[in-house]
Write a protein that binds this ligand. Structure first.
Ligand code: C5P
Length: 230
């Protein structure tokens, strides 16, 4: 299990200060829409300057026609980030095209597929996908596995079923983690680190429980200590 810290603070200065406070740690940093749109490529470079060993997950959830997605995937590979994601619902051809294009890169980023956005409730999900969230997430995960992606973004509670349906090595990255049962905030279904470990989660994503803590560095120390016991 490898910790992924969400850099969701409202300014580049605050995100960089958080990264600097965590520079001694072997962790992943998640850069999302808001941060990337505002701070762009320079921010990725700045993070690598803080610690070249930081692993970066660019959470842009690509969804477009296959060729456009593959073009974007190549640009992401050139940025030197370590992981990015696409929407599984972009389909099999998109997955295949993205993976084919990245196969030319000696060291390509890991590619994950978003199965079901956790903001969906069952009713609204079914209006679009005509299946239950669990069934569709598993179907999307199998398709992602068949087309050579490295893993999926899912809830901790879907991780085990997805691994059973694909492979133990098929990666699961799971937001909604409250390491020691902290406040859930707007997350609906949250899992502790212990539970995430039981469900086979590879990358627990943690935002607020770290950056809202009065001592984010100590919090990360505490989390890494627990992870090292798994
Ligand atoms: O603060 P918290 O730990 O809830 O942050 C979770 C992070 O994971 C946020 O950046 C959020 O946007 C992201 N995320 C999520 N649920 C998803 C996909 C991404 O919470 N399905």
């Amino acid at each position: 299990m490898e910790l992924c810290v969400a850099l969701d603070l409202p300014s580049v200065e605050e995100n960089l200060a958080l990264a600097k406070s965590l520079k001694g740690h072997n962790i992943w940093l998640k850069v999302g829409f808001r941060t990337y749109i505002r701070d762009g490529k320079d921010f990725i470079v700045a993070l690598k300057e803080v610690n070249p060993e930081f692993k970066i997950f660019l959470d842009l959830k690509l969804y477009d026609i296959p060729n456009t997605m593959a073009d974007a995937a190549e640009e992401i590979a050139k940025l030197g980030v370590d992981m990015f994601n696409i929407h599984a619902s972009a389909g099999a051809v998109a997955m295949k095209t993205v993976m084919q294009r990245l196969s030319d890169y000696e060291k390509r980023p890991l590619v994950l597929a978003v199965t079901a956005l956790t903001s969906f409730d069952e009713e609204n999900f079914q209006k679009i996908y005509e299946k239950s969230i669990d069934d569709k997430a598993e179907q999307f995960a199998k398709m992602s596995y068949d087309y050579g992606l490295d893993g999926v973004v899912c809830s901790a509670f879907e991780s085990r079923a997805i691994k059973n349906a694909t492979s133990e090595n098929f990666l699961t990255l799971c937001p909604g983690i409250r390491p020691f049962g902290e406040d859930a905030g707007d997350q609906q279904r949250v899992a502790t680190l212990q539970r995430a470990n039981q469900e086979g989660v590879d990358y627990p994503v943690v935002g607020r429980p770290i950056y809202k803590d009065s001592n984010p560095k100590a919090k990360v120390d505490e989390i890494l200590k627990v992870i090292s016991t798994f």
